[in-house]
Design a protein around this ligand. Structure first.
Ligand code: FAD
Length: 417
């Protein structure tokens, strides 16, 4: 029998995972509750701009905030540990380092998991593209490759948002290095197959005449330290293989009884309550809503806000409110060459829009970490200065960008830009 929430004087709430969804929930929950936030990493990470670590336009410190400081400022407790076991029926969890905690309500916000889909050799020989540390490591390997003599090959696996943004950053930093060749391999019929075809056409035009090969309708079958084998054509030489080909559900969701099958996302009601345990809310990328949503940071933050309100309603015995997603446009950058603003099935393209992506990053980081004290003010000034010096000013000063601003390209499904 599932427990009914215990209405103690200070209800205990556990938040598992403290990035976009979990941290937002923590920041919204009242200090009246006893809230404990678990995450194995000390840093909140701003993932939408991690590709910029490849070119050095961003540095790791620009994309990280201290979880301990942010959670403490919200009046709660941060435990730097991964949750290994969660027993929703008994209201208990155990961390990987053996700490036990009890809770009345849990919010699970563990995101997704890196997945190489069983491709032989991939788990060992590719560099993942999932975190600040991953992209910082790729940036260092790229810099070392660029200094080496002789021809060097890089393979990017995946032609979705991350793959295209990674390619753009490599071109931003190393586009003039004739010894570096980049191949992007995509299984689908074109780059960003779910988006209007004009983006694929425009990226191809930008790549023409550069040291880049775009290969579509092709699957990677095996990876070794120096080759990427594909199902059509010859093996591709690769000194550096970057894996951007998607993520899957965390195995923890099934292990904790929140997903029906291994590899499944956790089904929730429209109020974000687990369909399997009434005392658990699942939010962010981990949640499978009745109507599927794109896995996006802004939805994760909206869910964090909604779940915090619903946990308080559940504890007060009030009825829950449905989550109403508010769609926002997506900004996809292709280095300093182009930026795409996607709104539904319409696209606006111009390299000058890079400043808008930088603006979203600056504003949302300041919203997550309002400059109320010395540390956050110092961090904000560092981010603003770094963004201005390394990204916005160089982009807007280029003659190409000024021309692009005057000539914004609009396109959508079927229409040619
Ligand atoms: C390269 C890249 C680019 C992206 N670009 C964009 C973009 O431009 N715009 C946009 O809106 N979205 C973008 N996204 C998607 C966006 O980042 C995700 O939708 C968002 O991160 C989801 O937030 P989340 O809090 O659900 O999960 P995550 O951000 O993945 O956070 C999950 C957290 O859970 C923690 N965790 C995992 N397991 C445990 C455990 N056992 N115990 C405790 N903690 C645990 C992790 O350490 C992590 O901190 C991008 C994602 C990537 C990877």
């Amino acid at each position: 029998m599932p427990r009914s929430p215990v209405r103690t004087s200070q209800p205990r709430i556990a938040i598992v995972g403290a990035n976009f969804a979990g941290l937002t929930a923590a920041q919204q929950l009242s200090r009246r509750h006893s809230v404990t936030v678990f995450d194995p990493s000390p840093w909140f990470e701003w993932l939408p701009n991690i590709h910029e670590l490849l070119s050095g336009v961003k540095r790791p410190a620009d994309l990280r905030l201290s979880r301990k400081r942010l959670v403490a400022r919200a009046g709660h407790r941060f435990v730097r540990a991964a949750v290994a076991e969660l027993d929703a029926r008994r209201g208990r969890l155990e961390t990987a380092d053996g700490q036990r905690h009890e809770f009345d309500v849990a919010i699970v916000a563990v995101g997704g998991a890196h997945d190489t889909y069983g491709v032989p050799g991939a788990a060992r020989h590719v560099l993942p593209f999932d975190s600040v540390a991953d992209c910082d490591a790729i940036g260092r390997r790229l810099a070392a490759l660029a200094r080496r003599k002789g021809p060097n090959s890089i393979v990017i696996v995946g032609g979705g948002f991350e793959g295209v943004e990674a390619l753009g950053e490599i071109l931003r930093a190393y586009g003039r290095n004739e010894r570096l060749h980049v191949t992007l391999v995509e299984a689908g019929p074109r780059l960003l197959a779910a988006q209007p075809a004009g983006i694929d056409r425009r990226v191809r035009t930008h790549c023409a005449g550069r040291n880049v090969t775009l290969v579509t309708r092709t699957r990677v079958t095996r990876v070794t330290p120096s080759r990427v084998y594909v199902d059509s054509g010859r093996p591709l030489p690769s000194q550096l293989t970057i894996w951007t080909a998607g993520s899957s559900a965390s195995p923890l969701l099934h292990a904790w009884g929140l997903a029906q099958r291994p590899g499944g996302w956790a089904p929730v009601t429209q109020a974000l309550q687990s369909r399997r345990h009434a005392d658990v809310f699942v939010i962010g990328d981990a949640a499978a809503l009745p109507r599927p949503l794109d896995k996006q940071a802004y939805y994760a933050m909206q869910m964090g806000e909604c779940a915090a309100g619903n946990v308080e309603r559940l504890l007060a015995g009030r009825s829950l409110r449905n989550f109403r997603p508010f769609a926002k446009g997506m900004l996809l950058t292709f280095g300093d060459i182009d930026t795409f603003l996607l709104a539904g099935r319409s696209v606006v393209a111009s390299s000058a829009l890079a400043a808008a992506k930088e603006g979203v990053y600056q504003l949302t980081m300041a919203q997550i970490d309002p400059p109320l004290g010395g540390r956050s003010l110092q961090a904000l000034s560092g981010r603003l200065l770094g963004g201005a010096v390394r990204l916005v000013v160089p982009t807007l000063r280029s003659a190409q960008a000024r021309r692009a601003l005057a000539r914004l390209a609009y396109f959508g499904d079927g229409a040619r830009d």
